[in-house]
Design a protein around this ligand. Structure first.
Ligand code: NAP
Ligand code: GLV
Length: 307
């Protein structure tokens, strides 16, 4: 079997070694080399040229959970199944990141940092947890893993998804008609939605205004889910108290972008849950074995839904 691999140049050899160990019979080629025939392709943000030149393949594996970049490729073969990563070691990382941001918000770390800069010894009363609702936008693989991990902390949890979910301990909301009620109870809004035609620009002035005053944002999904100018305006007006942002419309974030220097924004460079080579290759190799045995696999992207 022939596998074509396209990854960041810096770690391509590690990926190749992991695939070779997991699938010893496979013949692995690193893009931009291109064999005459290809059975499976594994890509991350592939150049249009790759799909334009690709011989017919049995499946395309995305080396990440979000497939928005691949789906935007004008040369993506229409009929080849596109398969995304499902967790693959990312859920544990998301849990760490979101828990840190949530507890920093609940324990008022920004206010204490400001007080320290100002030399103020000023204890604050603990915030009642029952009034500190956490809203998870997206209740898929990562959203549900984060919800389960947050459950022992005792915050009222709510989740929003396209289709209705039944998750113990989580108030669930579905569809655009239930979005306002979901937003109204989120003191911390954690975004774990895919970027699709339905979700891009979802968090605009109207939706941000539906959050309670003093709410905080944690965006670990995609930058284009939020309207940047509306987010800055909501922070400037004091309606929102802070935002922790890991993802941006343009990455790296341009130097002149107002997020860089905004006092209420904390940023990280798209690291909340990185693709782990061993875990990802084990998952993809397992799916390739199933396909070779004529079995079905999970994680196949619905091109119409966009995720
Ligand atoms: P997933 O399993 O596909 O879950 C997506 C969730 O979003 C599902 O609950 C889905 O609803 C919901 N959803 C999609 N479109 C919706 C809509 N129009 N209205 C309401 N809900 C909608 O994806 P995942 O594995 O959890 O990953 C989520 C996203 O996280 C990825 O797409 C990626 O962009 C991002 N991500 C970021 C990083 C990072 O390092 N920053 C790492 C990994 C992933 P249903 O359940 O009803 O289908
Ligand atoms: C990373 O952003 C991913 O989608 O896996």
């Amino acid at each position: 079997m022939r596998i074509l691999l396209q990854t960041a140049n810096s770690n391509a050899d590690e990926w190749r070694a992991a695939f070779a160990a997991a699938l010893p019979d496979a013949d692995i080629t690193l893009w931009p080399e291109l064999p005459a025939s290809v059975d499976y392709v594994a890509v991350w943000k592939p150049p249009a040229e790759l799909f334009a030149k690709l011989p017919p393949a049995r499946a395309i594996f995305n080396l990440g959970a979000g497939v928005d970049a691949v789906l935007k490729s004008p040369t993506l073969p229409a009929a080849t199944p596109l398969v995304r990563l499902e967790d693959g070691g990312m859920a544990a990382q998301m849990i760490d990141y979101v828990t840190l941001a949530l507890l920093a918000a609940y324990r008022e770390q920004r206010a204490y940092a400001r007080q320290q800069r100002e030399g103020l010894w000023q204890p604050r009363l603990p915030l009642p947890k029952a009034a500190f609702g956490v809203g998870l936008l997206g209740m898929g693989v990562l959203g549900q893993a984060v919800a389960a991990a947050l459950s022992p902390f005792g915050f009222p949890l709510a989740g929003w998804s396209r289709t209705r979910k039944a998750v113990p301990g989580v108030a669930t909301f579905a569809g655009s008609s239930e979005l306002p009620a979901f937003l109204a109870r989120a003191r911390v809004l954690v975004c774990l939605l895919p970027s699709t035609p339905d979700t891009r620009d979802l968090l605009d002035h109207r939706r941000l205004s539906a959050l309670p005053r003093g709410a905080q944002i944690v965006n670990v999904a995609r930058g284009d889910l939020f309207v940047d100018a509306d987010l800055v305006a909501a922070l400037d007006s004091g309606h929102l108290a802070g935002a922790t942002l890991d993802v941006f419309r343009e990455e790296p974030l341009p130097a002149a972008h107002p997020f860089w220097r905004h006092p209420a924004i904390r940023m990280t460079p798209h690291v909340s849950a990185v693709t782990l080579i061993e875990e990802s290759v084990a998952q993809i190799a397992g799916k390739i074995r199933r396909l070779e045995a004529g079995q079905t696999i999970s994680g196949v992207v619905d091109r119409v839904r966009g995720y």
